[in-house]
Design a protein around this ligand. Structure first.
Ligand SMILES: [Ca+2]
Length: 321
């Protein structure tokens, strides 16, 4: 090691004009350059000064290589690296919660659940898949579908929310949303948005929608114009695949697509304030898909969850780990 350091010092601080014969034989980097450039170009300098001479000197080229390697190292440690999305739904420092089942209710196993809300003993559910998408009102206790509206078979239904007397429903990729009368399900108006519609909820003032990214969009509930975006992060890392949403006691709950986790998100900062792990809740029924339905009874303070084609819907209470 000492000989190697001495050889580098000799290479950098040797008297001007001294040739490299004999030096590069124990310098691994110069040896590498020798192989790349040919030894005759290392040993024999052109007889003039200037950039070309400097360029042809191996220590100049080596400095370029070292600068390049150093730049890569700095880049690897830079904040840009920290901005790289973390694996979806990997919990960071936020508190973790598991659950206990308080009640279970029948749920239509044919319902590809994409949106879920609760009011006055009924669930309002939006289902997906082209040709099977619906908006439905479901009796909580019996699971009976008491009203159903089929969407155009070309459309893929997504998230829904209930705001006053209106039900608002998104579609996946058509850029189209619908507003219905809550009681009759008659269509009141349509609106457009970009890029995709996934989950939908509201905070009493604005609609909040997800699109599968790590950003939530806030929309004016009358004009449907975007008013704000919120980047959701956990321990500094963006959390993508935000799906079905529910506004619960001042927090935004979000299913993380294709996982058994729900993120509890601060609507002010976008930080994940807690993770709910629902592992084990999904039925062993082979038709049952991923967790994808959160509804909250704000009067009874009951939290309901279900999933795509799950045969049951659960009321759960959270348990801090
Ligand atoms: Ca919901």
């Amino acid at each position: 090691m000492t000989a190697l350091v001495r050889s580098y010092l000799h290479l950098y601080f040797r008297p001007r004009g001294q040739e490299l014969d004999g030096d590069f034989v124990y310098d691994p980097l110069v040896m590498g350059l020798k192989n790349l450039r040919g030894s005759h170009r290392i040993v024999h300098y052109p007889p003039y000064r200037g950039f070309r001479r400097a360029w042809n000197r191996p220590h100049f080229t080596r400095a370029l290589v070292l600068t390049f390697i150093g730049s890569l190292t700095i880049l690897a440690c830079s904040p840009l690296q920290l901005a790289t999305p973390a694996p979806t739904a990997t919990p960071g420092a936020a508190p973790r919660f598991t659950y206990t089942i308080v009640n279970s209710y029948p749920h239509d196993p044919g319902a590809f659940t994409q949106g879920l809300v609760y009011e006055n003993g009924y669930l309002y559910e939006g289902t997906g898949l082209r040709g099977q998408s619906t908006l439905r009102r479901v009796d909580l206790n019996s699971g009976e579908v008491v009203r159903s509206l089929a969407l155009d078979p070309e459309l893929f239904g997504e998230g829904i929310t209930l705001l006053g007397d209106r039900i608002i429903q998104l579609t996946l990729s058509a850029g189209l949303g619908f507003v219905y009368d809550r009681r009759s399900f008659s269509k009141l108006e349509e609106f457009s948005f970009t890029p995709e519609g996934w989950g939908l909820t509201h905070d009493g003032r604005q609609l909040i929608m997800s699109d599968g990214s790590a950003e939530l969009r806030f929309l004016d509930p009358d004009s449907f114009q975007e008013t704000r975006r919120l980047l959701v992060t956990d321990d500094g890392f963006p959390v993508s695949m935000l799906n079905e949403l529910e506004y619960v006691e001042g927090e935004i709950y979000a299913n993380i697509w294709q996982t058994d986790r729900i993120a509890r998100i601060s609507p002010d900062t976008g930080k994940v304030m807690g993770w709910i792990d629902l592992t084990g809740l999904r039925a062993e029924n082979p038709r049952a898909g991923v967790l994808n339905g959160i509804a909250y009874d704000s009067e009874g303070r009951r939290l309901f969850v279900t999933g795509k084609n799950w045969p049951e819907l659960f009321e759960i209470s959270l348990v801090r780990e």
